[in-house]
Design a protein. Structure first.
Length: 194
């Protein structure tokens, strides 16, 4: 069994929690957690060029470190989530794909697990004292449907200062196309800072 957490060189690492693995990724509504019906969940995946992940795809992603403590729709109207490291607050102390089964009420609201092995992504893990983050191809416009996740790791107690030299997003009042979210932990519920 893979151990998820480690403390190395004064930095608290979560080296296996992946935002995406084996083509599988988690999405929630722009309105927040647990806001998508099955029809809306399919539309979210389709918008990004994907489709609902199958149980097998979700398990394959979990096997290489995909851990999300949020229930979501996946293929054939099932709901569940992948757990790598057992915990009392997530997964009922179990490891694996926590499967709520087939849902009869397709209007129930959950997140979604999508599958798209060919999606365009950018991002990375940053540990340097200073770093300039740019979208691919800058200063040209970035590609359509580009998804970027940047993880900034710092020593416990160290502050992180974000300074934007230039920040340009698509004109979209509902913030569905372009947006930025900042979290102060791997916990995407209590760690959200803006």
């Amino acid at each position: 069994e893979v151990q998820a957490w480690g403390f190395k060189n004064g930095i608290f690492h979560n080296s296996i929690w992946l935002e995406r693995a084996a083509g599988v990724y988690h999405r929630e509504s722009r309105k927040g957690r647990y806001q998508l019906t099955l029809k809306e969940a399919k539309a979210v995946c389709k918008y990004e060029g994907g489709k609902l992940a199958t149980y097998e795809q979700l398990e394959a992603a979990r096997q290489i470190g995909f851990h999300v403590c949020a229930a979501g729709w996946f293929d054939k109207g099932r709901v569940g989530y992948p757990i790598v490291k057992a915990g009392t607050n997530c997964g009922y102390g179990k490891v694996g794909v926590i499967d709520y089964g087939y849902r009869l009420n397709k209007s129930e609201r959950w997140d979604v697990y999508c599958y798209n092995p060919d999606s365009k992504e950018c991002g990375g893990v940053l540990t340097e004292q200073q770093k300039i983050i740019q979208s691919p191809g800058f200063p040209e416009e970035y590609q359509d449907e580009l998804i970027c996740y940047w993880h900034i790791r710092a020593r416990l107690g160290q502050r992180i200062h974000l300074h934007f030299l230039e920040f340009d997003v698509e004109n979209d009042t509902s913030c569905l196309a372009d947006y930025l979210e900042v979290y102060d932990s791997y916990d995407d519920v209590s760690g959200f800072v803006g």
